[in-house]
Design a protein around this ligand. Sequence first.
Ligand SMILES: *Cc1c(COP(=O)(O)O)cnc(C)c1O
Length: 398
Amino acid sequence: MEELALFGGKPVRDNKIYYGRQWIDEDDIQAVANALQGPFITCGPKVEEAERKLAEYTGAKYAVVCSNGTAALHCACIAAGIGPGDEVITTPLTFAASANCAFYCGAKPVFADIDPETWNIDPGSIRDHITSRTKAVVAVDFTGQAVKNREIREICNEFNLIFIEDAAHAIGTRYDGKQVGSLADMTCFSFHPVKTITSGEGGAITTNNEDFYKKLVLAHTHGITHDDDLMEDAPHEGVWYYEQISLGFNYRMTDFQASLLMSQLGKIELFKQRRAAIVNKYNLAFKDVPGIIIQKEIPESDTCRHLYIIRLDLCKLKCTRRQFFDAMSAENVQCQIHYVPVYWFPYYRHRGYEKGLCPVAEDVYKGIMSIPLYPTLTDADTDDVILAVKKIAGYYAL
Ligand SMILES: *Cc1c(COP(=O)(O)O)cnc(C)c1O
């Protein structure tokens, strides 16, 4: 058997590859340069154009772009009217922002467990966690696979809850033929460089609801309006006049970021295809490797995959996840773990959340590892990743 690089063997490749990275072309750079030469660097026409394009792409009536995905979630919670005493149900297997947004509004995040095979929030567990204080569900399309929209919609209708979809991983995904962004009451996106398309930092919220839209606009720009219809103290003194009518934030996106976003949005189907080709190749390569479990996909989701995660079946391997991760690293394939269950963090622990709340998520967490997935990976790169996984799984096979 081939010696692992971890123990001094020859690594499968000479230079390191990482789990994710952006794809920026000359035309993206040109789009940013053009915007920088225009009269507006922020609050200009590119932002409005990006919002129109994003609404068009997702099939939502309205889109608001903002400074990042976390701001998008915060604005969605504000527009949903979430406040002290309310509860917001979300998944623990996510980036902390999906739950923190409830705390931002003085509400309490409540964690529902996940499906052991798709790793998305389990609608049955959402149901089990509803109380008279529940106000909203923040459902995360984990790795890009759509959550069970139909079931979650039914639950939200039945209990009068607002359905917020955290689609930070899922731009480009369709559910039952409909684009993610057009389904939930509000859908939040992130355009951080590791996500499928990027604007540097950036985010957006899409909605079909005019009332939410108006609140989102206010929330991301100080609660200030120039709209005569919204102002309280009319007639006003002149065209310079504006009013602050709620408490908002400065969560705006700049024009040059909006230009990059539009340029990237134009390439999303290409990115999606390339990602899907890699996912298919990995699935084929790993489906019969003892000790490796691959993610189950629901047929309703036509997924634009953001992350490729393998789950180690630790009963079939004589190593820990840590050893496997370090062995991958030594082979020059730098993996990442998505994610530590949110309520394990000290901030949550100090607020009374305890280990054991979501046993499925905790169990899944123990074996998962994100391997490289991004459109500029070459066939040789993905061959190396497969070789590394098989080499290590073979070495540690029971
Ligand atoms: C990245 C991410 C966010 C936050 O987005 P930022 O743009 O980094 O603020 C929120 N939720 C999920 C699931 C994410 O992956």
